[in-house]
Design a binder for this molecule. Sequence first.
Ligand code: NI
Length: 201
Amino acid sequence: MSPTSDSHNRPADAEKKLEEAGVSSEDLAVRRAALTQVRQFGDPVLRSDTRPIEVFDENVKAQAERMIRLMDEAFGIGLAAPQIGVSNRLLVYRVGDTPPVVLANPEIEWSSEDSESFEEGCLSLANVQVDVDRPIHVRVTGQDAAGDRVRIEASGLNARVIQHEMDHLDGILILDRASKDQRKAALRGLREAEDQVGYAA
Ligand code: NI
């Protein structure tokens, strides 16, 4: 998941916002390089089935480390395995100035009836922001990078990013959770960006 903004539903230039926030041109170049390694909308891997992680070996640790690095370099707050082209059930997130969290095989154990709508972005959907309604509180079980069982209680943005990344593991994107109008506008923006920049997924 990429940071939310106040752009209100129109495609925004994420890089410009970071520049205005004081991010250096070197860090912006690193971000662009990281984003070339993040699968973009239209790539079938984002819609593919994912398999549970059964063996917690060095490969899992290396995958988690790579995901954390790309998330940080891209100024994201969460990343799921399909976004780096790997179809397994691993996600990472970091909200604010905290250590990153690695979560494998996550399951929602409980979610609150209270929900709220808030704008979300996604590193696989360049410059798209849509409002997504989600439960405010969740309790999630899963495993850490070593395979040890964990239970996480989260609220607010933490709960939101966990649910966003868990959606990725089921092939669900924020466009699927947006209103029809916002989805149409976002798809139009994605098509225009593709035409202008000429990049493809
Ligand atoms: Ni995302």
